[in-house]
Design a protein around this ligand. Structure first.
Ligand SMILES: *Cc1c(COP(=O)(O)O)cnc(C)c1O
Length: 363
């Protein structure tokens, strides 16, 4: 057997997966135990795949305590297609949807929603470079809005909501792509939750949508079939061929999460990991965190340094030291350490040690 060398992968997405999951995928890739065929080959109508899909859903329900009045859908097209599907299905004629503009992904969601119907931007922190999420008192909500859309974790800017906004009886829709299942989530305070899998839940190719059943009534029959939530719900996410491999791998990640003590268990680890990096950022002033302290993301830690040259050198030398993917998003620059659920704590320790060394030789 050849020795496999894995480096520390700080990429924002697709991102690191739990090693035991990758090992099981590798072990069972040629033939699923007891099946004699690969997950890449079996029919999505087979009882084997049906039980893989059912187990993934059951584990998601267990992890988040999802009530039976919500449906769990496995869709394609990424979170980006949800930017369109949400308004196409939920923004009924004559109504207005409220959007909270807390970052670059929220901005993209707004752009798509405006193509479908009437949108009110309830608050924005764009003129503060999205360095914080809008506060409750800043929200200008529409009475009887079709829904309120938020982004729970702003992947690019490194901010997150610590508490959900209060929206009364208006359905709350949340894009949770970059912090899904990194901490407990109060599903019942949401009407719809969507998450592209490739940050915290599995490989790219599947998007999980959790939708309260009563909202399915809004989906018009005249809509394109593949974009209609009600169709996917009626067909148990098997209207057409689902991304079987991505669903299978996501299912293994959910089992891994349950074994970590579920959402409360992983949240404890995530808090500890993020606290280590933020403590180093705050230690001397050589590094400067870009997010307001009260909304710092536990998943995407963003910071700057004295000059862009210094940041370039940091990225080059960290890559050489086996710390990959630390370059900030091209839209904002700087450094971004994405430390999702599956990112090992040893990697966080290695980053902190590297930061200390780098400051010593460049400070
Ligand atoms: C990555 C990301 C998206 C886009 O996801 P795709 O699956 O690539 O479409 C949307 N929203 C947030 C918050 C993200 O982090």
């Amino acid at each position: 057997m050849t020795t496999i060398h894995r480096i520390f992968n700080f990429a924002a997405g697709p991102a690191v997966l739990p090693l035991p999951v990758l090992e099981q995928v590798q072990r069972d890739l040629v033939a699923l135990p007891g099946v004699g065929m690969s997950i890449l080959e079996i029919s999505h109508r087979s009882t084997t795949f049906e039980s893989i899909l059912a187990a993934a859903e059951a584990d998601i329900r267990r992890l988040a305590g999802i009530p039976s009045s919500y449906r769990v859908l496995f869709l394609q097209g990424g979170a980006s297609l949800q930017f369109s599907m949400v308004p196409m299905n939920l923004l009924t004629a004559g109504a207005t949807a409220d959007y909270i503009d807390s970052g670059s992904w929220a901005e993209k969601a707004i752009k798509e929603a405006k193509k479908i119907g009437s949108v009110n931007v309830a608050a924005t922190t764009k003129d503060e470079s999205y360095s914080r999420v809008p506060e409750q008192a800043e929200l200008k909500l529409t009475p009887d809005a079709a829904y309120v859309h938020m982004t729970s974790n702003n992947t690019i800017e490194g901010t997150e909501y610590k508490d959900l906004p209060l929206v009364g009886d208006v359905p709350l829709v949340s894009d949770t792509s970059s912090d899904m299942f990194s901490r407990p989530i109060d599903v019942q305070r949401h009407a719809l939750i969507y998450s592209g899998a490739q940050k915290n839940m599995g490989p790219a190719g599947v998007t999980v949508v959790i939708i309260r059943e009563d909202l399915l009534e809004r989906s018009q029959k005249s809509m394109p079939t593949m974009l209609n939530y009600a169709v996917h719900a009626e067909n148990g996410s098997l209207y057409n061929t689902p991304p079987a491999f991505a669903v299978y791998t996501l299912g293994l990640v959910m089992k891994w999460l349950l074994a970590q003590g579920g959402l409360a268990g992983i949240a404890t680890v995530n808090e500890r990991k993020a606290a280590k990096v933020y403590a180093e950022i705050d230690r001397t002033g050589f590094y400067r965190g870009t997010a307001h302290k009260d909304c710092r993301s536990l998943m995407n830690v963003t910071f700057r340094m004295g000059s862009e040259d210094l940041e370039k050198r940091f990225i080059k030398e960290s890559t050489a030291a086996g710390l990959d993917g630390l370059k900030g998003h091209r839209a904002v620059g700087g450094i971004r350490a994405s430390i999702y659920n599956a990112f090992p704590e040893e990697g966080v320790d290695a980053l902190v040690a590297f930061m200390k060394d780098f400051e010593r030789s460049n400070g």
